[in-house]
Design a protein around this ligand. Structure first.
Ligand code: P53
Length: 476
Protein backbone atom coordinates (compact mmCIF):
# COMPACT_ATOMS: atom_id res chain seq x y z
CA UNK A 1 0.00 0.00 0.00
CA UNK A 2 1.31 3.45 -0.94
CA UNK A 3 1.93 5.90 1.89
CA UNK A 4 2.20 9.64 2.10
CA UNK A 5 5.56 10.77 0.76
CA UNK A 6 8.36 11.01 3.33
CA UNK A 7 8.83 14.64 2.25
CA UNK A 8 5.09 15.34 2.32
CA UNK A 9 4.50 19.09 2.48
CA UNK A 10 2.34 19.61 5.56
CA UNK A 11 1.65 23.26 6.20
CA UNK A 12 -0.99 25.95 6.07
CA UNK A 13 -2.35 28.45 3.55
CA UNK A 14 -3.23 32.14 3.48
CA UNK A 15 -3.34 34.97 0.95
CA UNK A 16 -1.56 38.31 1.27
CA UNK A 17 -4.63 40.55 1.19
CA UNK A 18 -6.45 38.50 3.83
CA UNK A 19 -3.80 38.78 6.53
CA UNK A 20 -1.06 41.31 5.80
CA UNK A 21 -2.86 44.61 6.33
CA UNK A 22 -0.44 47.50 5.84
CA UNK A 23 -2.42 48.33 2.71
CA UNK A 24 -0.50 51.56 2.12
CA UNK A 25 2.79 50.59 3.74
CA UNK A 26 6.10 50.13 1.98
CA UNK A 27 4.87 51.77 -1.21
CA UNK A 28 2.02 49.30 -1.74
CA UNK A 29 -0.66 50.29 -4.25
CA UNK A 30 -4.41 49.75 -4.00
CA UNK A 31 -5.80 46.36 -5.00
CA UNK A 32 -9.33 45.15 -5.66
CA UNK A 33 -9.37 43.71 -2.13
CA UNK A 34 -8.88 47.24 -0.78
CA UNK A 35 -12.21 48.42 -2.20
CA UNK A 36 -14.29 45.59 -0.75
CA UNK A 37 -16.39 46.32 2.32
CA UNK A 38 -17.13 43.93 5.16
CA UNK A 39 -20.19 41.77 4.52
CA UNK A 40 -21.69 39.24 6.91
CA UNK A 41 -23.04 35.70 6.74
CA UNK A 42 -25.51 35.96 3.85
CA UNK A 43 -24.69 39.63 3.20
CA UNK A 44 -22.44 40.16 0.17
CA UNK A 45 -19.44 42.45 0.33
CA UNK A 46 -19.86 45.64 -1.68
CA UNK A 47 -17.25 46.72 -4.19
CA UNK A 48 -17.00 50.51 -3.89
CA UNK A 49 -15.81 53.00 -6.45
CA UNK A 50 -12.38 53.47 -4.90
CA UNK A 51 -11.82 53.80 -1.15
CA UNK A 52 -14.66 55.89 0.28
CA UNK A 53 -14.83 57.65 3.66
CA UNK A 54 -17.07 56.04 6.27
CA UNK A 55 -16.86 52.53 4.80
CA UNK A 56 -15.35 49.54 6.58
CA UNK A 57 -12.62 47.80 4.55
CA UNK A 58 -11.44 44.83 6.63
CA UNK A 59 -8.42 44.01 4.45
CA UNK A 60 -6.77 47.38 5.15
CA UNK A 61 -5.52 46.21 8.53
CA UNK A 62 -6.46 42.50 8.40
CA UNK A 63 -4.40 40.80 11.14
CA UNK A 64 -1.31 43.00 10.66
CA UNK A 65 0.84 40.10 9.47
CA UNK A 66 2.89 42.74 7.64
CA UNK A 67 4.38 43.74 11.00
CA UNK A 68 3.87 40.56 13.02
CA UNK A 69 5.00 37.89 10.58
CA UNK A 70 8.00 36.83 12.65
CA UNK A 71 5.82 35.90 15.61
CA UNK A 72 3.41 34.06 13.29
CA UNK A 73 6.05 32.10 11.37
CA UNK A 74 7.48 31.03 14.73
CA UNK A 75 4.08 29.58 15.67
CA UNK A 76 3.86 27.78 12.29
CA UNK A 77 7.30 26.31 13.01
CA UNK A 78 6.12 25.18 16.43
CA UNK A 79 3.39 23.15 14.70
CA UNK A 80 6.09 21.62 12.53
CA UNK A 81 5.07 23.20 9.20
CA UNK A 82 7.14 21.96 6.27
CA UNK A 83 5.68 24.63 4.00
CA UNK A 84 3.69 27.85 4.12
CA UNK A 85 1.43 28.92 1.28
CA UNK A 86 0.87 32.62 0.82
CA UNK A 87 0.60 34.99 -2.12
CA UNK A 88 2.77 37.87 -3.21
CA UNK A 89 0.60 40.97 -3.27
CA UNK A 90 0.99 42.20 -6.85
CA UNK A 91 0.51 45.78 -5.58
CA UNK A 92 3.54 45.57 -3.27
CA UNK A 93 5.71 44.76 -6.29
CA UNK A 94 3.97 46.83 -8.99
CA UNK A 95 1.74 49.30 -7.08
CA UNK A 96 -0.28 50.24 -10.17
CA UNK A 97 0.31 47.09 -12.18
CA UNK A 98 1.71 48.98 -15.19
CA UNK A 99 4.75 50.56 -13.48
CA UNK A 100 8.04 50.52 -15.38
CA UNK A 101 10.08 49.41 -12.36
CA UNK A 102 9.20 47.20 -9.40
CA UNK A 103 8.96 48.63 -5.89
CA UNK A 104 12.10 47.63 -3.98
CA UNK A 105 10.49 47.90 -0.55
CA UNK A 106 7.80 45.42 -1.55
CA UNK A 107 10.35 42.99 -2.98
CA UNK A 108 12.38 43.26 0.22
CA UNK A 109 9.35 42.45 2.40
CA UNK A 110 8.93 39.05 0.74
CA UNK A 111 12.70 38.42 0.86
CA UNK A 112 12.51 38.92 4.61
CA UNK A 113 9.40 36.75 4.95
CA UNK A 114 10.90 33.89 2.92
CA UNK A 115 14.18 34.12 4.87
CA UNK A 116 12.21 33.88 8.09
CA UNK A 117 10.45 30.74 6.78
CA UNK A 118 13.70 29.09 5.70
CA UNK A 119 15.17 29.80 9.14
CA UNK A 120 12.79 27.05 10.35
CA UNK A 121 13.03 24.82 7.29
CA UNK A 122 9.64 26.00 6.03
CA UNK A 123 9.31 25.99 2.23
CA UNK A 124 7.29 28.93 0.81
CA UNK A 125 4.51 27.96 -1.64
CA UNK A 126 3.52 31.01 -3.62
CA UNK A 127 0.38 32.07 -5.46
CA UNK A 128 1.07 34.90 -7.88
CA UNK A 129 -2.48 36.20 -8.28
CA UNK A 130 -4.82 35.59 -5.38
CA UNK A 131 -7.83 37.96 -5.60
CA UNK A 132 -5.63 41.08 -5.36
CA UNK A 133 -5.25 42.62 -8.83
CA UNK A 134 -4.00 46.22 -8.84
CA UNK A 135 -7.09 48.45 -8.81
CA UNK A 136 -5.46 50.74 -11.37
CA UNK A 137 -5.61 47.89 -13.90
CA UNK A 138 -9.36 47.75 -13.34
CA UNK A 139 -10.05 51.46 -13.74
CA UNK A 140 -7.57 52.14 -16.56
CA UNK A 141 -7.67 48.92 -18.55
CA UNK A 142 -10.92 47.14 -17.69
CA UNK A 143 -9.11 44.34 -15.87
CA UNK A 144 -8.55 41.03 -17.65
CA UNK A 145 -10.96 41.90 -20.45
CA UNK A 146 -7.88 43.66 -21.88
CA UNK A 147 -5.11 41.70 -23.61
CA UNK A 148 -2.52 44.13 -22.22
CA UNK A 149 -2.93 42.47 -18.82
CA UNK A 150 -0.99 39.47 -20.14
CA UNK A 151 2.21 41.53 -20.39
CA UNK A 152 1.70 43.19 -17.01
CA UNK A 153 1.18 39.84 -15.30
CA UNK A 154 4.09 38.16 -17.05
CA UNK A 155 6.36 41.02 -16.02
CA UNK A 156 5.19 40.67 -12.40
CA UNK A 157 5.62 36.90 -12.46
CA UNK A 158 9.07 37.04 -14.07
CA UNK A 159 10.23 39.69 -11.61
CA UNK A 160 9.23 37.33 -8.77
CA UNK A 161 10.84 34.23 -10.35
CA UNK A 162 14.14 36.09 -10.74
CA UNK A 163 14.15 37.81 -7.38
CA UNK A 164 13.19 34.73 -5.32
CA UNK A 165 15.24 32.18 -7.25
CA UNK A 166 16.66 29.74 -4.69
CA UNK A 167 14.12 30.85 -2.07
CA UNK A 168 10.86 29.78 -3.72
CA UNK A 169 10.44 26.59 -5.69
CA UNK A 170 6.66 25.97 -5.56
CA UNK A 171 4.42 28.39 -7.45
CA UNK A 172 0.84 28.72 -8.63
CA UNK A 173 -0.38 31.25 -11.18
CA UNK A 174 -4.07 32.17 -10.57
CA UNK A 175 -5.97 31.30 -7.42
CA UNK A 176 -9.22 29.41 -8.00
CA UNK A 177 -9.26 30.62 -11.60
CA UNK A 178 -12.52 28.70 -12.18
CA UNK A 179 -14.57 30.62 -9.56
CA UNK A 180 -15.57 32.96 -12.37
CA UNK A 181 -17.67 30.18 -13.85
CA UNK A 182 -20.18 32.02 -11.68
CA UNK A 183 -20.17 35.04 -13.99
CA UNK A 184 -23.34 36.35 -12.31
CA UNK A 185 -21.38 37.09 -9.15
CA UNK A 186 -19.82 40.57 -8.87
CA UNK A 187 -17.39 39.14 -6.32
CA UNK A 188 -16.13 36.29 -8.51
CA UNK A 189 -15.66 38.53 -11.55
CA UNK A 190 -13.82 41.19 -9.55
CA UNK A 191 -11.60 38.90 -7.51
CA UNK A 192 -10.64 36.57 -10.36
CA UNK A 193 -10.40 39.06 -13.17
CA UNK A 194 -10.90 42.67 -12.07
CA UNK A 195 -14.10 42.87 -14.11
CA UNK A 196 -16.72 45.40 -13.06
CA UNK A 197 -20.22 44.55 -14.26
CA UNK A 198 -21.61 46.86 -16.93
CA UNK A 199 -25.30 47.16 -17.74
CA UNK A 200 -26.15 45.36 -20.94
CA UNK A 201 -22.76 43.62 -21.21
CA UNK A 202 -22.83 39.84 -21.68
CA UNK A 203 -20.69 39.03 -18.66
CA UNK A 204 -20.52 35.37 -19.60
CA UNK A 205 -18.74 36.27 -22.83
CA UNK A 206 -16.45 38.70 -20.99
CA UNK A 207 -15.63 35.99 -18.46
CA UNK A 208 -14.56 33.59 -21.23
CA UNK A 209 -12.42 36.29 -22.86
CA UNK A 210 -10.76 37.28 -19.57
CA UNK A 211 -10.15 33.64 -18.65
CA UNK A 212 -8.50 33.05 -22.00
CA UNK A 213 -6.06 35.93 -21.44
CA UNK A 214 -5.32 34.60 -17.94
CA UNK A 215 -4.64 31.11 -19.26
CA UNK A 216 -2.29 32.51 -21.91
CA UNK A 217 -0.56 34.63 -19.24
CA UNK A 218 -0.25 31.55 -17.03
CA UNK A 219 1.22 29.49 -19.88
CA UNK A 220 3.83 32.18 -20.59
CA UNK A 221 4.63 32.47 -16.87
CA UNK A 222 5.12 28.70 -16.61
CA UNK A 223 7.66 28.81 -19.45
CA UNK A 224 9.45 31.86 -18.04
CA UNK A 225 9.55 30.31 -14.58
CA UNK A 226 11.16 27.17 -15.95
CA UNK A 227 13.72 29.26 -17.84
CA UNK A 228 14.71 31.16 -14.71
CA UNK A 229 15.06 27.94 -12.71
CA UNK A 230 14.39 24.46 -14.13
CA UNK A 231 13.75 23.30 -10.55
CA UNK A 232 10.66 25.49 -10.27
CA UNK A 233 7.40 23.56 -9.87
CA UNK A 234 4.59 25.69 -11.25
CA UNK A 235 0.99 24.65 -10.83
CA UNK A 236 -2.49 25.88 -11.49
CA UNK A 237 -5.02 26.46 -8.71
CA UNK A 238 -8.52 25.15 -9.19
CA UNK A 239 -11.47 25.32 -6.78
CA UNK A 240 -12.63 21.71 -6.77
CA UNK A 241 -16.33 21.65 -5.94
CA UNK A 242 -17.58 18.36 -7.39
CA UNK A 243 -21.08 18.60 -8.87
CA UNK A 244 -23.01 15.39 -8.34
CA UNK A 245 -26.19 14.34 -10.14
CA UNK A 246 -29.12 14.42 -7.71
CA UNK A 247 -30.45 11.07 -8.99
CA UNK A 248 -29.54 8.26 -11.41
CA UNK A 249 -31.93 9.72 -13.99
CA UNK A 250 -29.86 9.86 -17.22
CA UNK A 251 -30.58 13.53 -17.82
CA UNK A 252 -29.45 14.34 -14.26
CA UNK A 253 -26.21 12.49 -15.00
CA UNK A 254 -25.80 14.45 -18.21
CA UNK A 255 -26.56 17.78 -16.50
CA UNK A 256 -23.90 17.00 -13.88
CA UNK A 257 -21.35 15.97 -16.53
CA UNK A 258 -21.93 19.18 -18.49
CA UNK A 259 -21.74 21.25 -15.29
CA UNK A 260 -18.40 19.61 -14.47
CA UNK A 261 -17.16 20.47 -17.97
CA UNK A 262 -18.23 24.09 -17.46
CA UNK A 263 -16.43 24.38 -14.12
CA UNK A 264 -13.25 22.49 -14.95
CA UNK A 265 -12.32 23.33 -18.55
CA UNK A 266 -9.83 25.77 -16.99
CA UNK A 267 -7.90 22.78 -15.66
CA UNK A 268 -8.06 21.09 -19.09
CA UNK A 269 -6.35 24.10 -20.65
CA UNK A 270 -3.77 24.42 -17.85
CA UNK A 271 -2.90 20.72 -17.83
CA UNK A 272 -3.60 19.46 -21.35
CA UNK A 273 -2.57 22.66 -23.13
CA UNK A 274 -5.73 22.86 -25.20
CA UNK A 275 -9.41 23.66 -25.07
CA UNK A 276 -11.74 20.68 -24.74
CA UNK A 277 -13.76 19.81 -27.85
CA UNK A 278 -17.07 21.30 -26.71
CA UNK A 279 -15.71 24.81 -26.28
CA UNK A 280 -15.15 26.05 -29.85
CA UNK A 281 -18.68 24.81 -30.63
CA UNK A 282 -20.07 26.54 -27.55
CA UNK A 283 -18.35 29.82 -28.51
CA UNK A 284 -19.68 29.55 -32.06
CA UNK A 285 -23.23 28.74 -30.99
CA UNK A 286 -23.21 31.76 -28.70
CA UNK A 287 -21.62 33.99 -31.38
CA UNK A 288 -18.91 35.00 -28.93
CA UNK A 289 -16.28 35.80 -31.52
CA UNK A 290 -13.51 35.79 -28.92
CA UNK A 291 -9.98 37.06 -29.40
CA UNK A 292 -8.15 33.70 -29.39
CA UNK A 293 -5.24 33.66 -31.83
CA UNK A 294 -3.30 30.72 -33.30
CA UNK A 295 -0.26 32.01 -31.47
CA UNK A 296 -2.22 31.86 -28.20
CA UNK A 297 -3.11 28.24 -28.86
CA UNK A 298 0.57 27.43 -29.43
CA UNK A 299 1.46 29.19 -26.18
CA UNK A 300 -1.12 27.15 -24.27
CA UNK A 301 0.43 23.94 -25.58
CA UNK A 302 3.92 24.95 -24.46
CA UNK A 303 3.02 26.23 -21.00
CA UNK A 304 1.32 23.30 -19.30
CA UNK A 305 1.55 23.12 -15.53
CA UNK A 306 3.70 20.79 -13.41
CA UNK A 307 1.01 19.94 -10.89
CA UNK A 308 -2.65 20.45 -10.03
CA UNK A 309 -3.00 22.71 -7.01
CA UNK A 310 -6.54 22.86 -5.73
CA UNK A 311 -8.83 23.88 -2.91
CA UNK A 312 -11.53 21.65 -1.53
CA UNK A 313 -14.24 22.75 0.90
CA UNK A 314 -17.51 21.26 -0.31
CA UNK A 315 -19.44 19.49 -3.01
CA UNK A 316 -22.50 20.59 -4.92
CA UNK A 317 -25.41 18.87 -6.61
CA UNK A 318 -27.53 19.38 -9.72
CA UNK A 319 -30.61 17.96 -11.43
CA UNK A 320 -31.78 18.22 -15.01
CA UNK A 321 -32.90 21.80 -15.51
CA UNK A 322 -34.34 21.29 -18.96
CA UNK A 323 -31.26 22.59 -20.68
CA UNK A 324 -30.80 19.85 -23.29
CA UNK A 325 -29.10 19.59 -25.70
CA UNK A 326 -26.52 22.14 -24.52
CA UNK A 327 -27.22 21.88 -20.78
CA UNK A 328 -26.02 25.45 -20.36
CA UNK A 329 -24.72 25.73 -16.81
CA UNK A 330 -25.82 28.57 -14.55
CA UNK A 331 -23.83 28.16 -11.35
CA UNK A 332 -25.82 30.79 -9.49
CA UNK A 333 -29.16 29.06 -10.02
CA UNK A 334 -28.68 25.44 -11.03
CA UNK A 335 -27.42 24.02 -7.74
CA UNK A 336 -29.70 21.94 -5.56
CA UNK A 337 -29.43 20.59 -2.03
CA UNK A 338 -27.83 17.20 -1.61
CA UNK A 339 -30.02 15.32 0.90
CA UNK A 340 -27.12 13.10 2.00
CA UNK A 341 -24.77 15.76 3.37
CA UNK A 342 -24.97 18.40 6.10
CA UNK A 343 -23.81 21.95 5.55
CA UNK A 344 -21.80 24.46 7.60
CA UNK A 345 -23.43 27.62 8.96
CA UNK A 346 -22.49 29.28 5.68
CA UNK A 347 -24.28 26.60 3.68
CA UNK A 348 -21.10 24.81 2.54
CA UNK A 349 -21.85 21.07 2.22
CA UNK A 350 -19.50 19.03 4.40
CA UNK A 351 -18.46 16.06 2.27
CA UNK A 352 -15.08 14.41 3.02
CA UNK A 353 -15.59 11.69 0.37
CA UNK A 354 -15.93 14.48 -2.17
CA UNK A 355 -12.26 15.23 -1.64
CA UNK A 356 -11.28 11.71 -2.66
CA UNK A 357 -13.72 11.89 -5.55
CA UNK A 358 -12.21 15.18 -6.77
CA UNK A 359 -8.69 13.79 -6.51
CA UNK A 360 -9.66 10.78 -8.62
CA UNK A 361 -11.39 13.02 -11.12
CA UNK A 362 -8.24 15.15 -11.57
CA UNK A 363 -6.02 12.10 -11.70
CA UNK A 364 -8.01 10.35 -14.41
CA UNK A 365 -7.84 13.43 -16.63
CA UNK A 366 -4.42 14.91 -16.08
CA UNK A 367 -2.13 12.24 -14.61
CA UNK A 368 -0.21 14.91 -12.72
CA UNK A 369 0.94 15.25 -9.12
CA UNK A 370 -1.59 17.05 -6.93
CA UNK A 371 -1.30 19.51 -4.08
CA UNK A 372 -4.24 20.22 -1.75
CA UNK A 373 -3.54 23.88 -1.11
CA UNK A 374 -6.79 24.73 0.73
CA UNK A 375 -9.24 22.80 2.87
CA UNK A 376 -10.88 23.85 6.09
CA UNK A 377 -13.85 24.67 8.21
CA UNK A 378 -15.05 28.24 8.69
CA UNK A 379 -16.80 28.55 12.05
CA UNK A 380 -17.56 30.97 14.87
CA UNK A 381 -15.13 30.17 17.68
CA UNK A 382 -15.81 30.94 21.34
CA UNK A 383 -12.95 31.61 23.71
CA UNK A 384 -13.47 29.34 26.74
CA UNK A 385 -13.25 30.35 30.39
CA UNK A 386 -9.69 29.03 30.35
CA UNK A 387 -8.83 31.53 27.61
CA UNK A 388 -8.57 28.84 24.93
CA UNK A 389 -10.68 27.94 21.89
CA UNK A 390 -11.83 24.31 22.03
CA UNK A 391 -12.50 23.71 18.34
CA UNK A 392 -13.29 20.00 18.25
CA UNK A 393 -15.64 20.65 15.25
CA UNK A 394 -12.66 21.90 13.24
CA UNK A 395 -10.51 18.95 14.26
CA UNK A 396 -13.35 16.64 13.25
CA UNK A 397 -13.70 18.26 9.81
CA UNK A 398 -9.96 18.17 9.10
CA UNK A 399 -9.54 14.62 10.43
CA UNK A 400 -12.29 13.30 8.17
CA UNK A 401 -10.79 15.04 5.14
CA UNK A 402 -7.26 13.85 5.87
CA UNK A 403 -8.62 10.29 6.15
CA UNK A 404 -10.08 10.56 2.65
CA UNK A 405 -6.92 12.20 1.33
CA UNK A 406 -4.92 9.24 2.64
CA UNK A 407 -7.30 6.75 1.00
CA UNK A 408 -6.77 8.55 -2.31
CA UNK A 409 -3.03 8.02 -1.91
CA UNK A 410 -3.14 4.51 -0.46
CA UNK A 411 -5.84 2.92 -2.61
CA UNK A 412 -6.12 5.14 -5.68
CA UNK A 413 -2.40 5.71 -6.21
CA UNK A 414 -2.60 9.47 -6.38
CA UNK A 415 0.72 11.29 -6.24
CA UNK A 416 0.08 13.92 -3.59
CA UNK A 417 2.69 16.59 -2.84
CA UNK A 418 1.20 18.15 0.25
CA UNK A 419 -1.68 19.51 2.26
CA UNK A 420 -2.06 23.09 3.44
CA UNK A 421 -5.30 23.76 5.35
CA UNK A 422 -6.79 27.18 4.71
CA UNK A 423 -6.41 30.08 7.11
CA UNK A 424 -3.94 28.35 9.43
CA UNK A 425 -4.10 31.60 11.35
CA UNK A 426 -7.45 33.44 11.62
CA UNK A 427 -7.80 36.00 8.85
CA UNK A 428 -10.33 38.04 6.87
CA UNK A 429 -12.82 35.83 5.02
CA UNK A 430 -12.64 36.37 1.27
CA UNK A 431 -16.31 35.74 0.61
CA UNK A 432 -17.89 37.56 3.53
CA UNK A 433 -15.15 39.93 4.70
CA UNK A 434 -15.73 38.66 8.23
CA UNK A 435 -13.13 38.09 10.93
CA UNK A 436 -15.52 35.92 12.90
CA UNK A 437 -15.67 33.25 10.21
CA UNK A 438 -12.51 31.55 11.40
CA UNK A 439 -10.37 28.73 10.03
CA UNK A 440 -7.22 28.99 12.13
CA UNK A 441 -5.19 26.77 14.41
CA UNK A 442 -4.09 30.12 15.81
CA UNK A 443 -6.74 32.45 17.21
CA UNK A 444 -6.44 36.17 16.51
CA UNK A 445 -8.16 38.51 18.92
CA UNK A 446 -10.16 40.63 16.49
CA UNK A 447 -13.87 40.49 15.67
CA UNK A 448 -16.19 41.60 12.87
CA UNK A 449 -16.49 45.06 14.41
CA UNK A 450 -12.70 45.38 14.19
CA UNK A 451 -12.29 45.27 17.99
CA UNK A 452 -9.51 43.31 19.69
CA UNK A 453 -5.85 43.39 20.57
CA UNK A 454 -4.68 41.28 17.58
CA UNK A 455 -3.01 38.96 20.11
CA UNK A 456 -2.36 35.40 18.89
CA UNK A 457 -3.17 32.23 20.86
CA UNK A 458 -3.19 28.48 20.25
CA UNK A 459 -6.51 26.66 19.77
CA UNK A 460 -6.98 22.95 20.58
CA UNK A 461 -6.55 22.25 16.86
CA UNK A 462 -3.01 23.68 17.11
CA UNK A 463 -1.83 20.80 19.31
CA UNK A 464 -3.80 18.27 17.27
CA UNK A 465 -2.30 19.38 13.94
CA UNK A 466 1.20 19.42 15.44
CA UNK A 467 0.79 15.70 16.25
CA UNK A 468 -0.61 14.97 12.79
CA UNK A 469 2.48 16.48 11.19
CA UNK A 470 4.89 14.83 13.65
CA UNK A 471 3.48 11.39 12.72
CA UNK A 472 3.19 12.15 8.98
CA UNK A 473 -0.57 11.78 9.20
CA UNK A 474 -0.64 8.51 11.13
CA UNK A 475 -2.00 9.89 14.39
CA UNK A 476 -5.28 11.61 13.61
P1 P53 B 1 -14.11 32.28 2.72
C1 P53 B 1 -15.87 30.43 -2.57
C2 P53 B 1 -15.96 29.04 -2.63
C3 P53 B 1 -14.84 28.28 -2.34
C4 P53 B 1 -13.65 28.89 -2.00
O1 P53 B 1 -13.46 31.20 1.75
C5 P53 B 1 -13.56 30.26 -1.97
C6 P53 B 1 -14.67 31.02 -2.26
C7 P53 B 1 -14.60 32.51 -2.20
O2 P53 B 1 -15.15 32.96 -1.02
O3 P53 B 1 -12.41 30.92 -1.73
C8 P53 B 1 -11.26 30.29 -1.24
O4 P53 B 1 -13.00 33.16 3.15
C9 P53 B 1 -10.15 31.29 -1.43
C10 P53 B 1 -9.70 31.93 -0.15
C11 P53 B 1 -10.85 31.99 0.82
C12 P53 B 1 -11.23 30.56 1.17
O5 P53 B 1 -11.57 29.84 0.02
O6 P53 B 1 -15.12 32.98 1.89
O7 P53 B 1 -9.06 30.82 -2.16
O8 P53 B 1 -9.15 33.19 -0.45
O9 P53 B 1 -10.60 32.72 1.97
C13 P53 B 1 -12.37 30.44 2.15
O10 P53 B 1 -14.69 31.52 3.86
Amino acid sequence: MAKLRKDFLWGGAVAAHQLEGGWQDGGKGMSVADVMTAGANGVARRITDGVLPGENYPNHEAIDFYRRYKEDVKLFAEMGFKCFRTSIAWTRIFPNGDDAEPNEEGLQFYDDLFDECHKYGIEPVITLSHFEIPYHLVTEYGGWSNRKLIDFFVKFATTCFKRYKGKVKYWMTFNEINNQTNYQSDFALMTNSGLPKHEGEDMERTMYQASHYELVASAIAVQEGHKVDPDNQIGCMIAMVPIYPLTAKPTDIMAAEKAMQSRYWFADVHANGRYPSWMPIFFENHKYNLDITDEDLETLKKGTVDYIGFSYYMSNCIEDHGGAPEYHYDEENNGTKNPYVKASEWGWAIDPEGLRYGMNWFNDRYHLPQFIVENGFGAIDKVGADGKVHDDYRIDYLRRHIEQMKLAVEYDGIDLMGYTPWGCIDLVSAGSGQMDKRYGFIYVDKNDAGEGTLARSRKDSFDWYKEVIATNGEDL
